[in-house]
Design a binder for this molecule. Structure first.
Ligand code: ADP
Ligand code: ASP
Ligand code: MG
Length: 439
């Protein structure tokens, strides 16, 4: 069994969906195909929800109408026969009827998650109409029947496997399954999701749950690049990465992968391939257990970082000080990305301001607390970076003009992280592209 996940752009136009149908029928291996919402849909659903949260029903209605018009014209080119078109239109009507009903009920977090789920529900059902019209045998598997998260919002491979295995056994004669990325049920049994970009996470979790031969992530670029192609002009695709390297890049801002989507595939040792729907013959990137080569492979940047420094003369002799500091972050379920310490101070970074006020209040009894918002982490990733000749020298020469506020090196064998004020993020990535990769 193999998993093939197609992102928003890969299904965003009728002709792309036609191409996806070709890609998934190229070989006879049984498959679970995971689809995202059509590109732009989840953003529109967020926009609709924001209007509703502010009780601006008129603005919400306008956004809903605009989105519906987009789907009506999509359907016109997706299916050619009148019967398939009628089926596709009925699906669109059903989901937009739901969106129009919610205009009249009071907004809540649970409703917000229901709204966000419409995108993947629509894309998969419409795709199945096309497959049916083409006479391609398949089975739609509702992700809400087997994808789940616990009370902390975390998915578990075992829980997904326990639900998915009997469902697949029910369709023993089927070779092609279609399911929704991103959406799941939470511990309260409500519709929820795996956060933005979460379809990659669905693919990796399902791949781990069924012990797939491979988890293919089909997107709009030919694999993981050595630098952020949205920011830097000359970037190259990387042919091979280890799970550890890919996980660091995803977590530290390489948008091609959801931040935490690597661990399930890594846990079950399922190779992950990053492939380009628009250029299927390109080699892409293969992610496996082994790193392949030693040295710097890529850099990535993560924005919206907050640095917190706690200065305390008492820290000098006080064992247990760090534990007390970390307990505050644990209490507010806020994870720390970078950390540096000296005799009298400890600095950490977090990527969420949700509980910043509370955290700072609870840290204040330990010493003087300073907060810097609007920072970016720039991560340099590669296997056994420390063994790469004069790596630090090259790095710091390259970014000589950047006011680096924190450095983290040695925490893992494959990452050096720098904290820079956000306004220097682009320049840092550009300088590293020439200084480290000669591009
Ligand atoms: P999908 O909709 O298929 O999930 P995404 O937009 O989530 O696609 O991810 C693909 C995009 O990620 C690319 O178009 C590219 O702009 C961006 N990206 C950011 N960093 C990298 C990187 N290091 N390598 C490749 N793509 C990257
Ligand atoms: N549709 C969701 C999003 O836009 C999930 C995904 O595309 O991976 O975030
Ligand atoms: Mg994505």
């Amino acid at each position: 069994m193999k998993i093939m996940k197609f992102g928003g752009t890969s299904v965003g136009k009728p002709e792309r969906m036609h191409q996806v149908a070709q890609l998934i029928t190229k070989d006879a291996e049984p498959k679970i195909v995971v689809l995202s919402a059509l590109s732009g849909t989840t953003n529109s659903l967020v926009e609709i929800s924001n209007h509703l949260a502010k009780s601006d029903r008129e603005a919400a209605r306008q956004s809903i109408d605009k989105l519906e018009a987009h789907y009506r014209s999509f359907v016109l080119l997706l299916a050619s026969g009148t019967e398939a078109q009628a089926k596709a239109n009925a699906i669109v009507s059903e989901h937009f009827e739901f969106l129009n009903i919610i205009l009249r009920i009071s907004f809540s977090d649970a409703l917000y998650k229901d709204i966000l789920a419409q995108g993947e529900l629509l894309s998969t059902k419409l795709f199945c109409v096309f497959l049916e019209e083409q006479g391609i045998d398949h089975q739609l598997l509702p992700a809400l029947d087997f994808m789940s998260i616990d009370a902390n919002g975390e998915p578990h491979v075992e829980a997904i496997r326990a639900k998915l295995t009997p469902i697949l056994a029910q369709y023993a004669s089927k070779k092609l399954f279609i399911t929704q990325g991103y959406i799941c049920k939470n511990a309260r049994g409500e519709v929820d999701n795996l956060k933005r970009g979460g379809s990659d996470y669905t693919a990796s979790l399902v791949a781990a749950a069924v012990n797939a031969t491979v988890c293919e992530i089909w997107t709009d670029i030919d694999g993981m690049h050595n630098n952020d192609p949205r920011i830097v002009e000359k970037t190259n695709a990387i042919e091979q990465l280890s799970f550890d390297e890919a996980a660091e890049l995803a977590y530290f801002g390489a948008k091609i992968l959801h931040p935490t989507c690597i661990w399930p595939a890594q846990q079950e040792n399922v190779p992950v391939k990053l492939l380009n729907t628009m250029q299927p013959e390109a080699v892409g990137t293969v992610i496996t257990k082994e790193a392949g080569s030693v040295g710097i492979k890529a850099v990535a940047a993560k924005d919206g970082i907050i640095a917190i420094k706690i200065k305390s003369s008492r820290m000098l002799l006080a064992y247990g000080f760090l534990r007390k500091v970390f307990e505050v972050f644990e209490k507010y379920k806020t994870s720390i990305d970078m950390i540096t310490t000296s005799e009298v101070a400890v600095s950490v970074t977090i990527d969420s301001a949700e509980f910043l006020k509370e955290i700072v209040q609870e840290l204040e009894p330990f010493g003087h607390v300073e907060v810097e918002t609007n920072q970016s982490i720039v991560s340099i990733v590669g296997n056994e970076i420390a063994k790469t000749e004069s790596v630090l020298q090259k790095l710091f020469i390259a970014i000589n003009e950047i006011p680096v506020t924190m450095v983290s090196y040695g925490g893992s064998h494959h990452n050096i992280s720098l904290l820079v004020p956000n306004e220097y993020r682009t320049k840092t990535l550009q300088l590293l592209n020439s200084g480290l990769f000669g591009l």
